[in-house]
Design a protein around this ligand. Structure first.
Ligand SMILES: Nc1ncnc2c1ncn2[C@@H]1O[C@H](COP(=O)(O)OP(=O)(O)OP(=O)(O)O)[C@@H](O)[C@H]1O
Ligand SMILES: [Mg+2]
Length: 336
């Protein structure tokens, strides 16, 4: 398989690294098909988009007609033999407004059906960040639309693949309540995989172990740290501002504040009767990922996180998205 080139940050392009198990899953689906939609969730910037784009390449090489779309990044790729499908997509996107991308996201379902109707036997639709674009409250109904491709296709097919990716903890809850999709978790890169990426980044940069401890293997964070010349504080402050962490901290009762302070050291303390409401707020703010238990291979799209790693902010049941998220909360807690 041809490894794709990806933009890591301004002027820096890297070759797709690692994620071998996740690519094997694509091969498995290419051979066996899927019976429900697969929805991939994981920390922001952990590499969902990169994997989907590499998967689009892999599927193309395996003889699939592939449509990839990301309405948030305003990107799409249609490797399809039917010109009309591509033309209609371009027609919808002619105005290139956010609304037209929402329209295109919905049209994706019909266009994939068109491919099957036209006799294409191997099709794949990769819907990236679509829920965020159409509204998280519509995530479940969108997934049902994708499921319709598998369950009520407009013609015969050999294999159809439907995958959606999201970093929004909320949308995954909505989806998990139905039988329409399997949720597969993706975690940040493994230490070995992350090393392959780190080595492609030009210096100056901290030694590898330092970069690992700061990022926990999150490739987006590696790029951002490079952009701010490894000034960790700048990113922490950015998170504090961006997520309104001072507001969060100030809104807490004394008990909750104490709980949050403990959660910086061990996020699992949030898995308690008193902790769940706070946990939900942290999920909503995209600071913590829940549902990381158990680490069974088939629940993970690539390698699962370690069982526990307090330094990286990983508990048994929940984890901070990256060590920087945890440090931002730590700093916000001491803001008086
Ligand atoms: N396996 C990989 N090899 C090389 N670069 C990668 C890999 N995974 C991610 N990257 C790079 O790291 C950055 C973040 O990855 P990506 O955008 O795929 O994350 P994401 O999980 O889709 O994020 P978001 O939650 O914001 O949608 C991108 O610049 C991407 O090109
Ligand atoms: Mg993405």
């Amino acid at each position: 398989m041809e490894k794709i080139k990806l933009r890591l940050t301004r002027g820096i392009y890297v070759e797709f690294a690692d994620r071998e198990q996740a690519l094997k899953r694509i091969e498995y689906w290419a051979n066996h098909g899927m019976s429900v939609v697969h929805v991939i969730y994981g920390p922001e910037g952990c590499g969902k988009t990169a994997w989907l784009k590499q998967s689009a390449e892999l599927l193309r090489e395996l003889g699939f007609e592939v449509i990839y779309m990301n309405p948030i990044e305003k990107e799409f790729m249609a490797e399809v033999g039917i010109e009309d499908v591509k033309k209609r997509l371009l027609e919808i996107l002619r105005e290139a407004t956010s609304e037209s991308w929402v329209k295109a996201a919905w049209a994706l379902i019909d266009l994939t059906r068109e491919l099957i109707k036209a006799g294409r036997r191997r099709t794949a639709v990769l819907a990236d960040d679509v829920f965020q674009a159409i509204g998280l409250d519509k995530a479940a109904i969108y997934v049902k639309g994708l499921l319709g491709i598998l369950e009520y296709p407009p013609g015969d097919y050999d294999v159809a693949i439907t995958i959606a990716a999201t970093s929004e903890g909320i949308s995954k809850r909505e989806i998990g309540r139905h039988r329409w999709a399997y949720l597969d978790a993706m975690w940040n890169m493994t230490k070995e995989g992350f090393k392959q990426l780190y080595e492609q980044l030009p210096g100056p940069k901290p030694d590898f172990d330092g970069a690992w401890r700061l990022t926990g293997g999150n490739p987006k964070l590696l790029a951002q740290l490079h952009e701010v010349h490894w000034d960790t504080n700048e990113l922490i402050n950015e998170l504090i501002r961006g997520r309104g962490l001072i507001n969060l901290v100030r809104s807490l009762s004394d008990d909750e504040r104490e709980l949050l302070t403990k959660a910086v050291e061990d996020p699992d303390v949030l898995m308690s009767r008193d902790g769940i409401p706070l946990l939900n707020r942290l999920i909503e703010l995209n600071l913590i990922v829940d549902n990381i238990y158990p680490r069974d291979k088939n629940l993970w799209i690539d390698q699962p996180p370690p069982e526990r790693d307090p330094e990286l902010g990983i508990g048994k049941f929940v984890a901070w998205q990256t060590p920087i998220h945890k440090e931002a909360v730590r700093k916000a807690l001491t803001s008086d």
